[in-house]
Write a protein that binds this ligand. Structure first.
Ligand SMILES: NC(=O)c1ccc[n+]([C@@H]2O[C@H](COP(=O)([O-])OP(=O)(O)OC[C@H]3O[C@@H](n4cnc5c(N)ncnc54)[C@H](O)[C@@H]3O)[C@@H](O)[C@H]2O)c1
Length: 251
């Protein structure tokens, strides 16, 4: 028996680095996977990559701009119609801004709060009826070490990620009676296309992350903790936050 046999898993930001790595690992473990992203192009690439890596992968692409309130309901209804339910929701979509507080303009904060926080709320709300029906629903929110560790220049992003930890705890309290667990992970430096496009490969490889392990994570090293928290193996874990950061914030 595979670890996610026949479970329907929704992954937002599913065309990106961590989202598509999770899609691959979930497919390998028998899940029916819905990748949701605003970019049809990255979704096509992710689906092709997953099908090449996992023969028979049950993976599907859904385009939605989750920065728009109405999109979560629309895309979740579309997925429930196509795949028959929702057992797992991985809220992973995220955008970054590199502004100091003194440069904070509401429109910049507005963008980031919409995508990084409000889309998580809307996706949970939209998926709750289907998650409750299954009786063993699992939600995993992707935050960041920035949620718990201070630094300069990323106030909007880090605030959005800190909000997700509070949101996760609240969902855990509210949904336990419906059999739904809610947890978060805080990734550290992860070598995704986002950073490679932003800085270039040589610059990324030139950075030594300030964590105990002194290296970047491969996106799969986020996918496996997501798999575990999403699966029934984590059946007594809810409201938790797992630091997946190579010892950045720990020892
Ligand atoms: N990579 C890291 O070092 C790192 C560290 C800590 C936390 N994280 C978090 O992990 C998550 C994934 O990061 P990643 O590095 O894989 O990012 P990524 O940029 O590779 O992937 C994000 C995906 O989200 C999609 N997206 C952006 N805005 C959207 C919207 N409005 N609607 C729908 N889709 C949208 C993008 O098209 C992209 O495919 C993010 O939440 C990020 O904040 C990443």
């Amino acid at each position: 028996m595979k670890r996610l046999e026949r479970k329907v898993a929704l992954i937002t930001g599913g065309g990106g680095g961590i989202g598509s790595a999770a899609g691959e690992v979930f497919c390998r473990e028998g899940a029916r996977v819905a990748l949701i992203d605003m970019s049809a192009e990255v979704l096509d690439e992710a689906v092709a990559r997953i099908r090449a890596a996992v023969p028979g992968a049950d993976v599907h692409a859904f385009v939605a701009d989750l920065g728009r309130e109405e999109e979560a309901d629309r895309v979740v209804q579309q997925i429930v119609g196509a795949l028959g339910g929702v057992d797992i929701l991985v809220n992973n979509v995220g955008i970054r801004r590199y502004d100091a507080v003194e440069d904070a303009a509401w429109d910049k904060w507005d963008d980031i709060l919409r995508v990084n926080v409000l889309s998580y709320v809307s996706m949970v709300r939209a998926a709750l009826p289907a998650l409750r029906k299954g009786g063993r629903g699992s939600i995993v929110n992707v935050a960041s070490t920035g949620a718990v560790f201070g630094r300069k220049g990323m106030a909007a992003y880090d605030s959005s990620k800190a909000a997700l930890l509070a949101l996760t705890r609240t969902i855990a309290h509210e949904e336990a009676e419906h059999g739904i667990r809610a947890n978060a992970i805080c990734p550290g430096y992860t070598r995704t296309v986002f950073h490679l496009n932003r800085l270039g490969e040589a610059a990324v490889d030139g950075i030594v992350p300030p964590c105990v392990m002194k290296r970047w994570a491969d996106p799969k090293e986020m996918a496996f903790p997501l798999l575990w928290l999403a699966s029934d193996e984590a059946s007594y874990i809810t409201g938790a936050n797992l630091m997946v950061d190579g010892g950045y914030t720990g020892p």
